[in-house]
Design a protein around this ligand. Structure first.
Ligand code: SD4
Length: 327
């Protein structure tokens, strides 16, 4: 575990104790405690705690589940300590930060943006694609034009102080190669269910650090980084996007659940498939998070270290995912 990850984990777990309604409990207790409770919000990684809290507040205020999953990850898009989401995220190898995001509702509506620059909230732009255009995905300059037309502020293009420091360090020894290791991941994927059982999900990221300019990961690809179907359940992914796209990870999990697998079994099967279809698995992390329409939860990763936040009306807790390899 990198210093950064350890620090984020410890500081967030520490601060969790200060957030009303937030506690940390063991995996076994959490899974049985929350099975079937509605509403339910789940998000990848430690930043999922504040994101879940924001999503739950939105639901309590009468927002829809789509409003909730958008609001929740907007919180992460502004989190200056997160170098994998939002404009403060680590840049591509040219030193330019480009963002990917997707949103999906259980009725099949979906929208995504990819390779977007200078937009603080790509998730809200993805929602515009879903609700105001006849399309599912808009990328690059076209996405920026849509943002301008919709009145989104266009931010000055400069790296955050933390991202700049990391980028300059990387450039010293980089040989111009992206970092593909098991610690280079902090994307937020959020899936949720309202009190009536309607599902929605969102996913937003600055993608793989020091990627080639124009590279797009799994997060904005419906079926790879996110998939939601009210008749079955929802799934989201984090980790090396290329490995997830290769197996259509989130769609695969929802389809496995459709054919009778529990969310846990479906996530484990997807990881097995991913391991079979990808080389250099030792250096590659990917994790999946899923919920079925009964509110059962599953999570599984290639390597240890993946965790997720799970929120009900009463609590918001971090849970460690199991993994195929064990350290
Ligand atoms: C990507 N899946 O762009 C994203 C990266 C990620 O946590 O998950 N980071 O490949």
């Amino acid at each position: 575990m990198s210093h950064r990850r350890k620090f984020i984990k410890q500081s967030l777990l520490g601060s969790a104790l200060l957030i009303p309604g937030v506690s940390t409990i063991s995996e076994a207790k959490a899974t049985s405690l929350f099975k079937g409770e509605k509403p339910l919000i789940l998000s990848t990684w430690n930043h999922g705690l504040p994101a879940n809290a924001a999503a739950m507040e939105k639901l309590k205020a009468g927002g829809s589940i789509v409003d909730a999953v958008e609001t929740g990850v907007r919180d992460t898009e502004l989190d200056l300590s997160n170098l994998s989401v939002g404009l403060q995220g680590l840049p591509d190898r040219e030193g330019i930060t480009t963002l990917d995001a997707s949103i999906m509702s259980g009725d099949g509506s979906c929208g995504a943006v990819a390779f977007v620059r200078q937009v603080k909230h790509p998730i809200s732009l993805a929602r515009v694609v879903m609700e105001k255009t006849p399309h599912v995905m808009i990328v690059g300059e076209g996405a920026k034009q849509l943002a301008i037309a919709e009145g989104f502020p266009i931010e000055k293009e400069e790296l955050s102080p933390n991202a700049k420091k990391e980028y300059l360090k990387w450039k010293e020894t980089s040989q111009y190669k992206p970092v593909i290791n098991i610690e280079n991941h902090d994307t937020i994927g959020m899936i949720g269910m309202d009190a009536k059982g309607n599902l929605a999900g969102s996913c937003t990221t600055s993608g793989l650090a020091y990627k080639m300019h124009g590279r797009v990961g799994d997060s904005p690809i419906i079926g790879a980084g996110l998939f939601v179907d009210n008749e079955v359940g929802a799934a989201t992914a984090t980790g090396l996007g290329e490995s997830i796209i290769r197996i259509c990870g989130s769609f695969l999990i929802v389809e496995l659940m459709r054919h009778g697998r529990t969310p846990q079994e479906a996530c484990e099967e997807a990881v097995k498939r991913l391991i079979a279809k990808n080389k250099n698995i030792k250096d590659l992390q990917a994790g999946f998070l899923a919920i079925n329409k009964d509110g059962e939860v599953g999570a599984y990763a290639v390597h240890p270290g993946f965790n997720f936040a799970q929120a009900t009306l009463k609590s918001n807790v971090m849970i460690d995912s199991k993994s195929h390899f064990n350290g």
